[in-house]
Design a protein around this ligand. Structure first.
Ligand code: N01
Length: 875
């Protein structure tokens, strides 16, 4: 491809500097040099490729996502030719793989090894970076790709006196290439994270005596490693396309089975059976294949935490040691949950001792050993497995100075501030691979890396393709991302635990959510939207593309979207009718629980077809704990006239009854396509008539009937209000329309802005209308769309609530304005950050209360709540 325009091109030594030769740097070098044809210089501190797998050569080091999944997917031949010998490959094999990749794609010639990038200064006038190395080289480049690693800056100088120790000090993160013989030695291992848990059983095998210094016990479970079976390679490589697709639809980026929704929705026996199955399943299945609410619900998390503690107790002989090894006081997976291979049994060996440094902290390292607050221990060798200045450490040490001399460390004094975890406002032309505020380490790294490299490469290509030399995240985009990332993190239990995920392992490091915790599918969808909108939130040259719609989402709404997206990439309209119905019913799992204080009864009402078919349908009547006669709210459920049910609207109906102090009548109505138009509207209207006729008997006031509905139910409500006016029906006191789709062919800005929804996009809305009407020629019937009415005068006061990020938003608001123009007292209110169906997300989205509160205050203003006195006789 064309590089920068000619003048700009000659200004820099290279087009791209790549930092690092791990999974990230190697792929970036390949992609930008071999695919985009750019001039690339790459630097790596080690003497060869490998990154993490170059440095962490300690015995026991291995991956914990299956090798066949923990590998590049970008090249089909590479996928097919590399054979993994173990289910979870050990470090030497992964290193050999990365060396093979470097050779296969001829990457070494772009690298300068044993060289660190130590400075990078942005030139505002020329739009380029000047990069300096520890070898004294300076060069200019248009772009930087930082593949410097997220767990590559190891802790140092953790304990006073470390330099005085006369024996050997080893670090898991910088293990000697020649290995180390522990035979006959007195060994200390400090640290029981993933590295400690892997190295400890290996050291215990040879050492005369091993003392493990543990500060925090871990929710570790078996890794489940084994040799690869002979038949596996062919099976996997022949199915790789499907495996990779499934991986990218999974929360952590591996093709694991989907979880059941909630640990609290099943009985204890079922729950235990599921934990039993996945405890020995290996990999991250215990987190992502058991129950979907482990990261979000403390009570649910308690069940798995308790289970793992029990298993530890079973495996460790000495009950005191078992208790010390049992994690308490924090929730499972809120620190990175490690995997182990005989770790707990190691403590049954006579030569192994456990020291709890939570109760007796390490004070110093002495010439001969380790001094804790309780005693002195003598050693020949100390192994430091104390972790990393994770996620931000290597970026902050790169000497990055952005626009106007801004130092990265200063900009991030309160925690990282990025856009998508890829770009940093004021640091143009810089792309971080798996940077802070991206899913990073909670997304299978090779795939996370491929996504980021491909995004960066597309952004660079777009920039150069437009003849520009600058691509930069806007400050507004950075701020929006900050809100989304921290809001999603707050919806999890992760923020409640001091972990390196939160920057809590490094003294003085600001506490902040370092990871995007909404899962890989949501993250990928957001990045895809950014790219599809011409890099929304980025300035390219002189053009700034507006923020994409995902950036407007309420973070808790985004959290639910992340859960909905797991496992199935099909959009709503691609589902069969049965699947659509099941999907709609599944919203029950993310609703706030029903209000127990509200009692309900099951009744039936005669439908429009009662006369000739004797068709009566169920209706639920909800009674709040309030003195009547109460207002009566007829609430019509959502579901695109094709799905939805009184079961789906059960919890919201209890909430409405409680919030409004009203009797709520929630009817079922006949659904399309089995019962096409006008069955649904006929039934809805019949239900209103029934409610009015039976109001007194139900504890309601016949003069205070309110019609309400959600989505398609709201469209029915609006038409039912018109029918009541036109057919001499019940006098309705008010109408409440929650994001109603108004007309099948509405031509609005919101349809253009949010064509894909989320959840309900334009194609889905169109399909619902088609299924409902059967024949779109019927769209002009007054019974199809409320906007077809010849007059809107004389209708009951209306509240029209719309969701900001919803293709149907503007048609609903236009209907509200038309009502107002016709003299109907109308309030139109848009709910920021909400999507279609938000009423049903109350289990995760506390702001759904705003919907109930808005209805309450509207009805109170119109005299229609329990405490608001008599009806005002509005008509
Ligand atoms: O580091 P860690 P790690 N006094 O930070 C303790 C990945 N990885 O190298 O928990 C006493 O997890 C510290 O105690 P505490 C993986 O993502 C993957 O083990 O802070 N103790 C902890 O026990 C992993 O999460 C694999 O209370 C001190 C330990 O040192 C990440 O890398 C393998 C201390 C550090 O644990 C980091 O893992 C290895 C002090 N002053 C690593 N300071 C795979 O399997 C620290 N500790 C793929």
């Amino acid at each position: 491809m064309q590089t920068t325009n000619d003048t700009a091109h000659n200004l820099t030594n290279v087009d791209v500097v790549v930092v690092g030769a791990g999974f990230a740097g190697l792929y970036a070098t390949h992609r930008l040099r071999n695919v985009l044809g750019l001039r690339v210089r790459s630097f790596e501190a080690g003497s060869g490729p490998g990154g993490t797998w170059y440095w962490n050569r300690y015995p026991g080091a291995r991956c914990d996502i299956e090798s066949y999944n923990y590998s590049y997917s970008f090249d089909e031949a590479l996928q097919r030719e590399w054979r993994w010998s173990e289910r979870f490959a050990a470090q030497p094999e992964i290193l050999a793989y990365l060396e093979h990749v470097a050779d296969r794609f001829d990457l070494r010639r772009s690298y300068t090894f044993e060289t660190r990038v130590t400075s990078a200064v942005w030139d505002d006038a020329g739009n380029f970076w000047t990069v300096g190395t520890d070898a004294g080289e300076k060069l200019t480049t248009r772009f930087i790709i930082a593949g410097s690693g997220v767990l590559s800056t190891a802790q140092q100088n953790e304990f006073p006196g470390l330099g005085d120790f006369e024996g050997d000090v080893l670090r898991t993160a910088a293990w000697p290439h020649e290995g180390y013989d522990f035979t006959g030695k007195r060994v200390a291992v400090i640290g029981t994270g993933s590295s400690g848990l892997q190295v400890i059983p290996e050291v215990a095998r040879d050492a005369a005596h091993l003392t493990v210094f543990q500060r925090t016990p871990q929710y570790a479970i078996p890794l489940g490693n084994r040799p690869t079976f002979a038949h596996e390679h062919d099976e996997i490589v022949n199915d790789y396309a499907a495996i990779r697709t499934a991986s990218r639809l999974n929360f952590v980026g591996a093709p694991y089975p989907e979880a059941s929704p909630s640990a609290l929705a099943v009985d204890e026996e079922t729950r235990k059976a599921i934990y039993d199955k996945y405890y020995d399943g290996g990999g991250f299945r215990m987190l992502v294949s058991t129950f979907g609410d482990l990261l979000h619900n403390k009570e649910a998390n308690d069940t798995v935490s308790e289970y793992i503690r029990d298993r530890i107790t079973e495996r460790v002989e000495d009950p005191v040691v078992a208790d010390l090894l049992s994690p308490k006081g924090y929730a499972y997976a809120t620190k990175r949950a490690p995997f182990e291979y005989g770790y707990f049994e190691t403590f049954n060996q006579e030569n192994v001792e456990l020291v709890d440094v939570q109760s007796t902290p390490i004070r110093s390292i002495t010439a001969t050993g380790v001094e804790t607050s309780a005693q002195h221990f003598e050693f020949d060798v100390i192994v430091m497995a104390t972790g990393f200045d994770a996620i931000t450490g290597s970026l902050l040490r790169m000497g990055l100075i952005g626009r106007n001399g801004a130092e990265l460390a200063t900009c991030w004094a309160d925690g990282p501030h990025t856009y998508l975890g890829i770009a940093v406002p004021d640091f143009p032309n810089l792309f971080m691979i798996t940077g802070p505020q991206s899913p990073s380490v909670i997304y299978n790294m090779p795939l996370a890396i491929e996504d980021h490299v491909e995004f960066a490469s597309a952004a660079i290509e777009a920039t150069l393709g437009r003849g520009a030399d600058l691509v930069e995240a806007t400050a507004q985009a950075g701020d929006a991302w900050q809100v989304l990332v921290s809001g999603i993190a707050d919806a999890t239990l992760m923020t409640q635990t001091a972990s390196w995920y939160m920057g809590a392992n490094i003294p003085g490091k600001p506490r902040a959510a370092l990871l995007f915790a909404g899962g890989a599918p949501l993250y990928r969808a957001i990045c895809a939207e950014v790219e599809a909108t011409g890099f929304g939130g980025f300035r390219i040259g002189e053009e700034t593309a507006p923020l994409p719609s995902s950036m407007l989402l309420d973070p808790k709404v985004a959290t639910v979207l992340g859960l909905i997206m797991l496992g199935d990439a099909r959009s709503y309209e691609q589902l069969s009718v049965e699947e659509q119905r099941a999907m709609l019913e599944s919203f029950v799992l993310v609703q706030a629980p029903p209000r127990q204080s509200v009692k309900f009864e099951e009744r039936t009402y005669p439908t429009a077809a009662a006369e000739h078919l004797n068709l009566h349908l169920p209706v639920r009547v909800y009674h709040p704990d309030a003195k009547g006669p109460l207002p009566v709210v007829v609430f019509l459920h959502p579901g695109g006239w094709v799905g939805g049910s009184i079961a789906l609207s059960h919890a919201p109906s209890t909430e409405l009854a409680e919030e409004l102090g009203a009797v709520v009548v929630t009817p079922s109505y006949r659904l399309a396509p089995e019962h096409p138009f006008p069955a649904a509207i006929d039934d809805a209207y019949a239900a209103v008539q029934w409610a009015a006729e039976h109001a007194a008997e139900l504890g309601g006031n016949p003069a205070r009937i309110v019609i309400a509905g959600e989505s398609a139910g709201a469209t029915l409500a609006a038409i039912a209000a018109q029918r009541a006016r036109d057919e001499n029906g019940p006098r309705l006191a008010a109408q409440v329309l929650l994001y109603p789709p108004i007309h099948p062919t509405a031509d609005t800005e919101s349809r253009r802005l949010f064509p894909h929804g989320p959840v309900v996009g334009v194609a889905a809305v169109t399909q619902m209308w088609e299924l409902y009407l059967g024949d779109l020629a019927l769209q002009d019937s007054p019974l199809a769309s409320p906007s077809n009415a010849s007059s809107l005068e004389g209708l009951p006061p209306a509240l029209v609530l719309t969701a900001e990020i919803d293709p149907t938003r503007d048609e609903a608001e236009a209907y509200g304005h038309a009502l107002a123009a016709a003299g109907v007292p109308t309030e139109v209110r848009r709910l920021d950050g909400f999507i279609h169906a938000t009423l049903n997300l109350g289990g995760y989205v506390p702001r759904t209360r705003e919907i109930y509160a808005a209805i309450n205050s509207f009805l109170a203003a119109h005299g229609q709540t329990a405490g608001s006195g008599a009806a005002t006789g509005i008509r």
